[in-house]
Ligand binder design. Structure first.
Ligand SMILES: [Zn+2]
Length: 345
């Protein structure tokens, strides 16, 4: 009896070691980059078109396109008290590149800073461009970036009315209807991807690999009834769910830090919203004109809620109706240790 127990325990120890080794290997393979996705654990990268389909890392032999055009991305640095360049946006092909270019491998960095965005109209009308590769340093894709490229115009690149480039969701057609599950491993939902979609699109499943939901991503998707935002998501973009008039409930999992301005503006059917205590910024008009939203459930303390307010925004803005009569709809914030009643003046 005792021997059997000991054997069992030995196996448990061995199993633990094996799991630990596998995890360590995964970290070596894919955890060395903060921006790498963790949509799955793998010991060996699975490259497709020179990009790992799991973590988004480039293959060591991936070609990189030189001569693209960039603009600097700046952020205010508190210590230096000045704006500093934190990265780059690729905004098009440079003069040295042939107009008929067929393939573009966007570099991960430029001038030793990460390439973080793809600008609007960046590759618009590049009608011979049939292969585009995006590195996992990219966290935002502006509208129309790839419109009318050969890649965009090739029907076989669209799966169920949705166009991806690697793990980036670029665009959904307005014929998309019913329930749609975004591909596992997707990192970014591009700006305007589902904007003004058909009212027969009723549900979207966002996988636990998406880190950012772009500006206007679901703007005007009036058939959407509910959405769950998984804990992989860090930012909910400007106007991302604006005028989603059928949305009744929104659950935001812990992980989100920014709910950007107008994110749920005019979601008139919304009656239930849960906000995690990881949120540090709820921007202007994020919940304006949510006429049926009386209460927000906040998974943090009253003190934490007040701290969001002190960090540069006015509590009133969370429910501030900017219409003519400035009616406020949200009455209470239900925190873990009590309920805050919002003033109505
Ligand atoms: Zn990988």
């Amino acid at each position: 009896m005792e021997k059997a127990f000991r054997t069992k325990r030995l196996w448990l120890v061995i199993a633990t070691i094996v799991i630990a080794v596998i995890c360590a290997m995964c970290l070596v393979a894919c955890g060395d980059d903060e921006s790498s996705g963790d949509s799955g654990t793998h010991t060996v990268h699975k490259y497709e078109n020179y990009v790992c389909t799991v973590c988004g890392e480039y293959a060591p032999d991936a070609p990189v396109t030189e001569g693209l055009s960039y603009v600097e991305l700046e952020e205010y640095d508190e210590e230096k008290d000045e704006r500093v360049v934190v990265g780059y946006a690729v905004v098009g092909i440079g003069e040295s590149i042939d107009n008929d270019i067929t393939e573009i491998f966007i570099p991960k960095s430029y001038n030793d800073k990460p390439v973080m965005c793809i600008g609007d109209y960046a590759f618009y009308n590049r009608s011979s461009l049939s292969n585009i590769v995006i590195p996992n340093s990219v966290t935002r894709i502006y509208p129309v970036a790839f419109y009318n490229t050969a890649y965009y115009n090739n029907e076989s690149n669209w799966k169920d009315d949705v166009l991806y480039i690697g793990n980036y969701l670029i665009q959904a057609k307005d014929t998309l209807s019913g329930s749609y599950a975004i591909k596992q491993g997707t990192r970014v939902i591009a700006d305007s991807a589902f904007m003004d979609c058909s009212s027969s699109l009723t549900s979207i499943t966002i996988p636990n690999s998406v880190t950012s939901i772009g500006r206007d991503a679901f703007y005007g998707c009036r058939g959407l009834t509910s959405v769950t935002i998984p804990n992989s998501v860090i930012s909910i973009g400007i106007n991302s769910f604006r005028f989603c008039g059928s949305l009744t409930s929104v659950i935001i999992d812990k992980g989100v830090t920014i709910i950007d301005s107008g994110a749920f503006y005019g979601c008139v059917s919304l009656t239930s919203v849960t906000i995690p205590n990881s949120v540090t910024l709820i921007s202007m008009e994020a919940f304006a004109y949510c006429t049926n939203l009386k209460n927000i459930k906040y998974n943090g303390t009253m003190e934490q809620w007040e701290a969001i307010a002190e960090d540069g925004w006015d509590v009133d803005m969370v429910h501030w109706n900017t219409g003519a009569n400035r009616t406020k709809y949200i009455e209470t914030i239900e925190c873990t240790d009590g309920t805050i009643t919002l003033s109505n003046d």
